[in-house]
Design a protein around this ligand. Structure first.
Ligand SMILES: Nc1ncnc2c1ncn2[C@@H]1O[C@H](COP(=O)(O)OP(=O)(O)O)[C@@H](O)[C@H]1O
Length: 173
């Protein structure tokens, strides 16, 4: 069973994926391993080769049988019918991306994307089942427990409860 773990860069996907009791495939690792279509200077990153990634994921999926396979990355929702979207208050996200050394334009692009629910909206368009977690006040371990409970079908985290733009304290730069 393929599950996308998605969200704006900096929301904590890679950190939490290391704490999950499931097999995880990191899309950025696959792109660095050669499933890239070259460097995209505008977005300051390697462009994904979507067909090569799909082929590789199918190969890994076959070896997983019926077990959960987590596809992790900010466009993972393109590769699964069920997605878990990690959310983070834009002001906290900004501080994390600054600490990462992102350029001012890349920080602004990602903070705005988070503020307007961009990845959530994409996931809702592409996937038939979507879950949403506000990680702002949670530790990585708490987020991992919630994801595990969702995938064991013990709890539900339906999307739609987050409204960052409604917070007067929001800092869009
Ligand atoms: N729940 C959390 N609480 C506090 N810091 C976190 C949490 N999750 C991740 N971080 C930190 O935020 C930064 C970005 O996390 P990362 O997992 O790389 O995000 P992503 O994979 O979504 O880009 C890292 O420095 C990480 O240590």
């Amino acid at each position: 069973m393929r599950i996308a773990l998605t969200g704006t860069p900096g929301t904590g996907k890679t950190t939490v994926s290391g704490l999950l009791p499931f097999r995880v495939v990191n899309l950025n690792d696959l792109i660095r391993d050669g499933m890239s279509a070259g460097f995209d200077p505008e977005r300051e990153c390697l462009e994904a080769d979507m067909d090569a990634l799909e082929e590789k994921i199918e190969e890994i999926e076959r070896s997983c049988g019926d077990d959960v396979l987590i596809i992790e990355g900010h466009f993972a929702h393109h590769f699964a019918d069920e997605a878990i979207v990690l959310r983070l208050h834009p002001n906290v996200l900004r501080r994390r991306l600054e600490a990462r050394g992102y350029s001012a334009s890349k920080i602004r692009e990602n903070v705005e994307a988070e503020a307007i629910d961009l990845i959530l909206v994409e996931a809702l368009e592409l996937c038939s089942r979507v879950h949403e977690i506000d990680t702002t006040d949670l530790s990585p371990e708490e987020v991992a427990s919630i994801i595990t409970a969702i995938l064991k079908r013990e709890i539900e985290m339906p999307p739609g409860g987050i409204d960052w733009l409604g917070d007067p304290e929001i800092d869009l730069g």
